[in-house]
Design a protein around this ligand. Structure first.
Ligand code: GLN
Length: 510
């Protein structure tokens, strides 16, 4: 099944450091693959010259004695992060051809760390979707099977990493858009605690939920990337002002050692073969109920068994309002989206209709022609639930449910240290399979929305293969601010499994 073993950031860093390869070499190779695999439709903009300039600059920095983990590493950004030089469309016709005068903080930080941008990655329009079929620039395809969706909304990011084009990509997760495409494409992704990663220059969808994070080949690679991405940003009013953290600090450590919060319960004496001794893994009953397909369940069960073999104790917990996360999220997210998207009026930037009678007509036509179906649906729903007369019944009610969902997680975390379960009820479905029925599409988000509504960190870790050989992700959800511990658990899992090392052959020669 596996084409060639993916190279880790650590491997690439070592090659660069020893001078066995240059950033220009790696960048040329990545660009070549990006062009060769154009059938995936993973990229919305590529600019070879600009990437090679960045690579040459990284090589010059290294030649001058600089070294840092990402220096010279090719990566790509979800097209929701604004970039100078590369076009930023957010997958929308509304922003066709738009070039930002500034870089998003995430882009800025990763460039400062020496990362080399290969281009912009296709995504669902304004990050609304679960299959990456809502992009105005066409659907992205899953490298494991070109007839399958890659998941959404960060589908381009997941596809580019899974196809081996780049070792690292950025994504954003409002209700699952890092975890779900990572699961469906067999890669590793982490959505950090809300506020860890700056939203400045990340085109807003639902501001109280939006959170950027890395998508890569392993938990270790995600930890390396998060070190560069995360941190307080005064330009983002909801950015968390907390001391700098090294997200790699617990990798390879037995659970409970060296952790600020770790091992409340355990004795911290995990041996080499039982490094997760003392870790209590909560399995929410509601995540294993009706609706979960048998193949995904089998892989997730086996994944939990692996955690147990590593010394963890699995216990059943309950997240009783899991089914309410869909209606709550699909009221709150559209409400915020309807407000955020009001800025696209055809005046300040973006698409303007060529013909109109007066100002009101210009607004109406620009927005009708510039936005796609799903975005319009969300604007309609959002405007409706915020309107006088319905605000209390829908929006306020959804906010109350959100609070209760968050409380359910806090209750569960009195009994366990991490929560584990599926990311998505099924493996990747076929292109077009759910596009006619938005509710079916929304149901695919059932296991990811909760952590988003509660602002908790969540990961997807490759855990096997289901129907038609399509990948399955194991979801791990942690307490607020416990990314390092999540990455530690995922990394131990990956030290004794090889699902994350398998790569599709379908994309080869595309
Ligand atoms: N599928 C969800 C939605 O469409 C989540 C998307 C996301 O996380 N950006 O809103």
């Amino acid at each position: 099944m596996s084409a060639s073993k993916p190279q880790s950031l650590k491997d690439l860093h070592a090659l660069l450091k020893r001078g066995e390869v240059s950033s220009v070499d790696l960048t040329r190779e990545a660009l070549k693959k990006a062009h060769a695999q154009s059938a995936l439709n993973a990229f919305t903009d590529i600019n070879d010259d600009l990437s090679l300039q960045q690579a040459a600059a990284a090589d010059a920095r290294r030649a001058a004695g600089e070294d840092s983990p990402l220096l010279g590493i090719p990566l790509a950004h979800k097209d929701i992060f604004v970039t100078r030089g590369w076009k930023t469309t957010a997958g929308s016709r509304m922003l066709n051809g738009y070039v930002s005068p500034f870089d998003a903080t995430v882009v800025d930080k990763m460039t400062a760390a020496g990362g080399v941008c290969i281009g912009k990655l296709n995504c669902d329009e304004f990050a609304m979707g679960s299959s990456n079929e809502n992009s105005a620039y066409g659907a992205v395809r899953n490298p494991w099977d070109l007839q399958a969706v890659p998941g959404g909304s960060s589908g381009g990011s997941a596809a580019a990493v899974a196809a081996g084009i780049v070792p690292l990509a950025t994504g954003t997760d409002t209700g699952g858009s890092i975890r779900q495409p990572a699961a469906l494409c067999g890669i590793t992704g982490i959505k950090p605690t809300y506020g860890r990663v700056s939203r400045y220059g990340m085109i807003a969808y639902a501001s109280s939920l939006d959170q950027g994070g890395p998508m890569a080949g392993s938990a270790e690679d995600c930890a390396w990337a998060l070190n560069a991405m995360a941190g307080f940003d005064p330009k983002d009013s909801t950015s968390l002002d907390r001391p700098h953290e090294d997200y790699t600090r617990l990798l390879g450590q037995p659970y409970g050692h060296g952790s600020v919060n770790g091992n409340r319960n355990g004795n911290g004496n995990g041996s080499d073969s039982k490094p997760l001794q003392g870790l209590r893994v909560g399995l929410p009953r509601e995540f294993f109920a009706e609706g979960l397909s048998a193949d995904v369940r089998a892989a997730v069960d086996a994944g939990i068994k692996t955690l147990e073999n590593l010394g963890a104790t699995a216990i059943e917990v309950s997240l009783p309002r899991t089914s309410l996360s869909i209606p709550a999220y699909y009221v709150i997210a559209p409400a915020e989206a309807s407000s955020n998207l009001s800025r696209y009026d055809g005046v300040r930037y973006g698409y303007r209709t060529p013909e109109y009678k007066d100002l009101a007509d210009m607004y109406a036509r620009s927005r009708s022609e510039g936005f796609g179906e799903e975005v319009k649906r969300r604007i309609l729903v959002g405007t409706y639930v915020l309107s006088r007369g319905y605000y209390d019944a829908y929006y306020l009610q959804a906010q109350r449910v959100r609070r209760l969902i968050a409380q359910d997680f806090l209750n569960a975390f009195t009994q366990c240290d991490v929560i584990a379960g599926p990311v998505c009820p099924t493996v990747a479905w076929n292109l077009g399979e759910k596009t006619a029925d938005p509710i079916q599409m929304y149901l695919a988000d059932i296991y990811t929305l909760g952590a988003s509504l509660a602002g908790l960190p969540g990961m997807s870790v490759p855990a096997g293969f289901g129907a038609a050989g399509r990948p399955v992700g194991l979801q791990l959800i942690g307490r607020h601010f416990e990314e390092a511990q999540l990455l530690q658990v995922a990394d131990h899992f990956q030290r004794c499994t090889d699902f994350h090392l398998q790569r599709p052959t379908a994309a080869q020669g595309v």
